[in-house]
Design a binder for this molecule. Structure first.
Ligand code: THU
Length: 125
């Protein structure tokens, strides 16, 4: 699975986003070490604070299905760049501080960081 393919899956997933308040449709595609992909979307709520981001949706799906080892996550917002918010960085740090985080304006202009680069000195008990 290439970064480009994973980003395409994030863009496709974003079609299922529920984002009537922001109209910012986010998709995430999370690749496990053994090659499975879990996708996620942002799911907004009339009580705005109850909104969940695409990255956490994908992580929650994966963790609850027993996955624990992750290679990469690609994220697309309205088809282009969307980097994880602070809550999502911390949420992912619990499981995979070394995961590769991929986003970009389109599939030919992707940037990649490790989660540790995006969240230096993240919190972990
Ligand atoms: N959002 C995500 O899904 N992921 C992020 O990391 C940033 C923000 C969503 C939350 C909300 O539904 C919309 O984008 C605008 O903030």
């Amino acid at each position: 699975m290439t970064d480009k393919e994973l980003f395409r899956m994030a863009v496709e997933a974003s079609e299922n986003a529920y984002a009537p308040f922001s109209n910012f449709h986010v998709g995430a595609a999370l690749l496990t070490e053994d090659g499975k992909v879990f996708t996620g979307v942002n799911i907004e709520n009339s009580s705005y604070g109850a909104t969940i981001c695409a990255e956490r949706t994908a992580m929650v799906k994966a963790i609850s299905e027993g996955a624990r080892d992750f290679q990469s996550i690609a994220i697309a917002g309205n088809g282009g760049t969307s980097w994880p918010c602070g809550i999502c960085r911390q949420f992912m740090y619990e499981f995979c501080p070394d995961i590769r985080v991929i986003s970009g304006e389109n599939e030919d202009e992707l940037k990649v960081y490790t989660l540790k680069e995006l969240l230096p000195e993240g919190f972990k008990l």
